[in-house]
Design a protein around this ligand. Sequence first.
Ligand code: HEC
Length: 170
Amino acid sequence: MNKLIASLFILIILYGIFNAYFSGTKSARDHRQKTTAYHSHAKSHQASHFEEELSQIDTPEYAKQYIISVINHGSYDLGFVGGVMEGGYVSREDAPKIACYVLSLSGKKCSEPYPADAEMFFTSVCGGCHGNDGKGLGGNYPDLTREKLLGIEHREAFLREKVARSKKEQ
Ligand code: HEC
């Protein structure tokens, strides 16, 4: 009788272990499937954001926003002899009008014209490094008259690579 109880006991324990193991792996498998699905969803979602950004990248509005962000937050990755550029040389209110003036240096236009004092702001605040003509004092500073600014060029290359990679993975 004791033997019977002992074997029953062992059976119950074995059943418990079996159950715990398989329900555990099943939920782990479910979780893994869900996570993989989530990642591929997130990736394709991100890729569509990248594509949307790429479709805007040649517009004057995109360039304007980029220049405003450099004026406010600085620029640190372009590797010029002149060093880095800190943000905040002008107030947040003045940044958009100076950005529109900078755009005009490469023949582009904001939807609204920049005010007359924007050129004066540019030459007094930015011209010391970028030159009053914006050409970057012989390559020591970025040339702001380029058709496409370097930061935008780099961003475009990054986005194109991401989109190409996500297409390959699909
Ligand atoms: C003290 C020197 C200095 C001043 C003043 C300065 N910059 Fe710069 N600027 C730089 C340097 C250096 C870089 C590149 C830094 C990096 O990313 O390595 C740069 C980068 C930029 C870029 C990015 C260029 C590109 O091709 O992507 C823009 C736009 C820009 N500056 C606009 C301005 C404007 C507008 C002002 C005036 C409000 C200004 N800068 C004032 C030194 C300066």
